[in-house]
Ligand binder design. Structure first.
Ligand code: MRU
Length: 360
């Protein structure tokens, strides 16, 4: 049984509290948008796709419990709550894109005179609830396309040694994962020798979450500190680096967990191909380059403490950006659910093609 970050049944939404993992597996209930905003902001649920899914499902919980006098009233509530959810964490684009798409849908439904108030609610909720199954299907496609791409660069039947950063697996998505989805697919094809996952300071998504998923799913994995990336690349013959993305700009620059950029620089130096794996919806064509991506800064406490225990000198100042931007020139390709793209190919897409295009 794979790990589940998000449970949604009979209008009850629960998330696995990722602040407690791996010591405790505890689900907490998300009773509506207020709770949704809080669990995302506190990082009890995290990972770009999971943030969007939990945010939108928290709206579904509110909508199911409410009665509206008119379609216009429902539309206004949807728009206001979605915009509020977008403010919970600024860098990952998935919540913003989901909000824009759902606001468009609410506008269309409210204007359509053939759609009753009841129909509008049903159709809207169905679209939100379908996000869970769609995300798993997208991740399986990413896994397959990514495994094929990586294997096209290895000779004969050789096995792959993959390095990854942060957590991009079942805990960061509805299931299967993006970069971890590629790893899962290689493993299923019996072409994976080993995974090296970084600790991912300061929040330790690698040590707490990726290592937990790999052990749980019996995928051979070694945990390394963030400062060991160069040494591992020099001594362990890494086939490829695969990471996730919080937002990919139109020129291919990619915002992802802090530390991704230095990994890409080191990969270039060591001649290791560096791949980004993300749904094509993570490409934000409205943002021309990484310079325009807003980078979230998190509280000092995430750096100065582990749990309740202070590890940094009292009085020291901290800088804690949660993400950095890897320039497109360091990225061999973006593995998406719709195909494999070189960074420079992205700007030839438009929003319609993002939904429908298949490239190879
Ligand atoms: C499939 S998850 C992709 C990214 O969201 C992931 O790599 C990442 O940076 C997560 O950051 P987090 O701060 O834990 O939400």
């Amino acid at each position: 049984m794979t790990l589940r970050a998000i449970k949604y049944e009979n209008n009850s939404l629960e998330i696995l509290d990722q602040l407690l993992l791996p010591a405790q597996s505890k689900y907490i209930q998300v009773k509506g948008v207020e709770d949704g905003w809080k669990v995302i902001n506190k990082m009890q649920v995290r990972g770009a796709p999971a943030i969007a899914i939990v945010g939108c499902l928290s709206l579904a919980v509110d909508l199911r419990n409410e009665k509206f006098d008119s379609k216009q009233q429902m539309r206004q509530e949807i728009e206001g709550k979605l915009n509020y959810l977008v403010s919970s964490r600024p860098t990952a684009v998935n919540m913003k894109i989901a909000a824009e798409d759902l606001i468009d849908l609410a506008n269309q439904l409210s204007k359509d005179s053939n759609v009753t108030l009841e129909n509008m609610k049903t159709k809207f909720l169905q679209t939100v609830e379908d996000m869970l199954t769609k995300d798993i299907a997208d991740n399986q496609a990413i896994g397959e396309i990514g495994a094929k791409e990586i294997l096209s660069g290895v000779s004969g039947d050789s096995l792959c040694r993959i390095m990854t950063h942060c957590n991009t697996g079942s805990l960061a998505t509805a299931g299967y994962g993006t970069a971890l989805g590629v790893i899962r697919s290689l493993h299923a094809m019996k072409r994976l020798e080993h995974v090296y996952c970084t600790e991912t300071r300061p929040y330790n998504q690698g040590a707490r979450l990726t290592a937990y998923e790999m052990v749980h799913d019996k995928i051979p994995c070694t945990l390394i500190l963030d400062s060991m990336v160069a040494a591992v690349m020099k001594h362990r013959n890494i086939t490829a680096v695969v990471v996730g993305a919080d937002r990919v700009a139109a020129n291919g620059d990619t915002a992802n967990k802090i530390g991704t950029y230095q990994m890409a620089v080191l990969a270039k130096y060591h001649g290791v191909p560096f791949f980004v794996a993300a749904p094509l919806t993570s490409v934000d064509l409205k943002v021309p380059s990484g310079d325009h991506i807003v980078i979230e800064e998190r509280p000092d406490r995430e750096m100065t403490h582990i749990g309740e225990h202070r590890i940094a000198a009292k009085g020291v100042t901290c800088w804690n950006p949660a993400f950095d931007v890897t320039p497109a020139s360091l990225i061999a390709g973006i593995i998406t659910d719709k195909g494999f793209f070189r960074p420079e190919q992205l700007k030839t897409l438009n929003d319609h093609q993002k939904m429908n295009n298949h490239s190879s």
